[in-house]
Design a protein around this ligand. Structure first.
Ligand code: NAD
Ligand code: ZN
Length: 249
């Protein structure tokens, strides 16, 4: 592993247009469970799909009840060594863009400027009206749900409000995906941190980057479908591996 970490450090040092692609695995050390790892959430709870959410008030209540249950985890989560190492890379000009599947905003909390982060799957801070597109703080809606047991309707049009983080079957925000794709095609290094690389279309990005000539390095505890085409695979803890490679405590 030591040799792989030195290689990663050297590649990061030489990078000019690195894309840092993160998944739920970078945040497990902050107390937020991932979906598909051994302790993954989907092994315990059935997710509400986008179609169900739109169609059924009962499904919306189920989704909000789950949010209410998980909200303290999100509220208490603080950036860990992995997030700090990513922030250090961006500050040093070695991370051109952070493309994240996470909705927890821990990259920003660690100090990555908002304009350097692309949130492919939205985030848990906002809610969005599925009918008119208006956005509001999610916490306020959740508080009203806690009091009434009902999911509040849109104040502007009476439509269906939903957390602005994507659900199964919901399309990705097109502008975010386009920006991530462009950066991936131009990248000289594509670094995957803590992702099972099994959620599409997000997992297409490393594939495109590699085809366009970027070096592909993957740090993940478990094997991923793209290990075969990566030049460097580090099977370990994101915080430890990247913290060592970047020299961040
Ligand atoms: P995933 O759950 O599919 O995969 C996470 C991967 O990280 C697993 O392969 C696991 O083995 C690995 N892992 C866990 N902890 C690790 C650690 N400390 N070091 C190294 N590897 C570790 O997650 P994904 O690829 O991000 O995709 C799942 C979807 O889940 C995304 O759509 C994302 O939006 C959402 N999600 C986000 C959060 C969050 O915001 N923190 C949490 C759960 C799920
Ligand atoms: Zn509306």
């Amino acid at each position: 592993m030591e040799r792989e970490i030195s290689t990663l450090a050297a590649w990061l040092g030489a990078a000019r247009r690195a894309v840092i692609f993160t998944g739920a695995g970078i945040s497990t050390a902050s107390g937020i469970p991932d979906f598909r790892g051994p302790q993954g959430l989907w092994r315990r709870i059935a997710p509400v799909t986008f179609v169900e959410y739109r169609a059924s008030a009962a499904a919306r209540r189920r989704a909000f009840a789950l949010h209410a249950q998980l909200a303290p985890l999100w509220a208490e989560a603080r950036p860990n060594r992995g997030h700090r190492a990513v922030a250090a890379l961006v500050a040093a000009g070695k991370g051109h863009l952070v493309v994240t599947q996470n909705v927890d905003r821990l990259h920003q909390a660690a100090g990555v400027p908002e304009e350097r982060v692309v949130e492919l799957h939205g985030n848990f801070e906002r809610a969005r009206c599925l009918d008119c597109g208006v956005r509001t703080p999610f916490a306020a809606l959740l508080e009203r749900f806690r009091q009434s047991g009902e999911v509040p309707a849109c104040g502007a049009c009476g439509g269906v409000m939903k957390v602005d983080a994507i659900s199964f079957g919901e399309p990705l925000p097109a502008d975010a995906f386009a920006r991530a794709r462009e950066a991936s095609l131009a990248a000289d290094l594509f670094l995957v941190l803590g992702s099972s690389l099994s959620v599409y279309p997000a997992a297409e990005l490393p594939l495109w980057a590699a085809r366009a000539g970027a070096r592909l390095a993957i740090v993940n505890r478990e094997p991923t479908p793209l290990d075969e085409i990566a030049q460097l695979v580090l099977r370990g803890d994101v915080g430890e591996v990247l913290g060592d490679a970047v020299g961040v405590a």
